[in-house]
Ligand binder design. Structure first.
Ligand code: ARG
Length: 459
């Protein structure tokens, strides 16, 4: 089969070389962007007097009809035509005849593929942000129901101080908010048009890049043709942003997995997001949460692939760069899928308030309250810390908690202790009062919830 670039060659490439070099199996995902880019390019060629009206009309009709077929999934691609760009050009020429060959005037596949990828990443970035919005909404709903539900707060996975469950959930809201900010910011660098850079050096045709830029809805155009065709920073940034989203989802999933274990029993993940075991009838496995945690690995892998792919490339385009697509496609598909699953999981999460409440009553996470109590009564905090440490040790030896110690025993231990100690030691009291800005106090959490809600509504 004759190649579209076959003029200079006297021998056909080996069949397996065709196969090895082809990207059509995956870059057909860019079909819609490629057709959009071609429509804009053709219009510009006509408006700049580079192709005549008749050829333009012909090309335009051909591209529009290909677009319709593409939407229906009716286009047939061939490995012999390597990639989506050459396949579409071939289909166009088959459809409209020789005028199809005029479309590629003043354009190279190098600026073409870069443009397609910019359009794709731009569209998908917005979709990822929408997915994050949905998850944030789910978190806000759940948090709204659990401002006064208490859960042990941990450091080193050791009980530290009790916190409001809503506070814990809202921590993830803010992580996701930063993720969105990063995605928004990366749009600035994605929303730049490479088209018009040609293969690497621009073109002698009197093109007008502002026409294509406006037509395609780009905010800016690259001002250096070498940079335009060889920049993949925006793709790397997109995978890096996705990696951070996945890292956050993975941490959250890790908590859901721990919390849903028999040992914790704080939450129950809905049946719709769990699976059974083929052997053990009692099992209910948090598979979806585990998979999200696992899939963070492949997204990080894509980021490293892209960074490694680009690190040694001389300017400008190199065929290596064809390898950029699969990691980008896979990352975007994975992160959107994980966000949707996570949203469903949170929407259907069953919270076991009783288990959480029991947990905060059966530990020493109120020890700080006792130390603060002494400090407020004038004992230097360091000394109070030491005293309370001794009391905790005593309780451990006796097999009880701080709330089980009698007033007499407390007075003996430290005479300034009074009746009010028991209220101070109650976990609810401990959480309720931490109303410093950003703290877990009920009041502070309500304010936080309000702030989070208004941010989401404003977006
Ligand atoms: N399929 C190629 C890619 O994805 C398109 C650009 C090819 N350009 C070239 N000069 N071989 O990178």
């Amino acid at each position: 089969m004759k190649k579209l670039w076959g003029g200079r060659f006297s021998k056909q490439p080996e069949e397996w070389v065709d196969e090895f070099g082809a990207s059509i199996s995956f870059d057909q995902q860019l079909a819609s962007q490629d057709l959009t880019g071609s429509l804009a390019h053709a219009k510009m060629l006509f408006e700049c007097g580079i192709i005549e009206k008749e050829a333009y009309e012909n090309i335009k009709q051909g591209l529009l009809s290909l677009k319709k077929e593409e939407e229906k999934g009716d286009l047939q691609y061939a490995v012999q035509y390597e990639d989506i760009h050459l396949n579409l050009e071939k289909l166009l020429t088959d459809k409209i005849g020789a005028d199809g060959g005029k479309l590629h005037t003043a354009r190279s596949r190098n600026d073409q593929v870069a443009t397609d990828l910019h359009l794709f990443v731009k569209e998908e970035t917005v979709l990822i942000m929408d997915h994050i919005d949905e998850l944030q909404k789910a978190l806000l709903n759940l948090a709204g129901e659990h401002v006064e539900t208490m859960i042990p707060g941990y450091t080193h996975l050791q009980r530290a101080q009790p916190v409001s469950f809503a506070h814990h959930l809202l921590a993830y809201f803010w992580m996701l908010e930063r993720d969105k900010e990063r995605l928004q910011d990366s749009l600035k660098r994605t929303d730049i048009m490479p088209l018009g850079a040609g293969a690497l050096a621009g073109t002698t045709f009197p093109i007008d890049r502002s026409i294509t830029m406006n037509e395609l809805g780009f905010a800016k155009k690259y001002l250096n043709s070498l940079d335009a065709v060889s920049d993949r920073d925006f793709a790397i940034e997109s995978c890096s942003n996705a990696s951070l989203v996945m890292m956050h989802l993975s941490r959250f999933c890790e908590e859901l997995i721990i919390w849903s274990s028999e040992e914790f029993g704080f939450v129950e993940i809905s049946d719709s997001f769990t699976t059974g075991s083929s052997m053990m009838p009692q099992k209910k496995n948090p598979d979806m949460a585990e998979l999200i945690r696992g899939k963070s690995g492949r997204v990080y892998g894509s980021l490293v692939s892209l960074l490694t792919l680009m690190k040694g490339l001389p300017l400008a385009y190199n065929k290596d760069m064809q390898e950029d697509k699969e990691p980008v496609f896979d990352t975007i598909k994975t992160v959107k899928g994980c966000l949707s699953i996570m949203t469903g999981m949170i929407n259907e999460l069953k919270v076991n308030e009783e288990r959480m409440n029991n947990a905060v009553h059966q530990d020493f996470s109120n020890a700080t309250e006792l130390a603060d109590y002494l400090a407020k009564k004038g004992i230097p905090f360091r000394e109070a810390h030491e005293l309370v440490g001794k009391m905790v040790l005593l309780c451990i030896q006796k097999g009880c908690y701080l709330l089980d110690v009698s007033l007499d025993e407390y007075k003996e231990w430290c005479p300034i202790v009074e009746e009010d100690i028991f209220e101070v030691l109650s976990p609810k009291h401990a959480v309720e009062r931490r109303n410093s800005e950003g703290g877990t106090g009920f009041q502070a959490v309500r304010q936080q919830l309000e702030a989070a809600t208004s941010i989401l509504i404003a977006a």
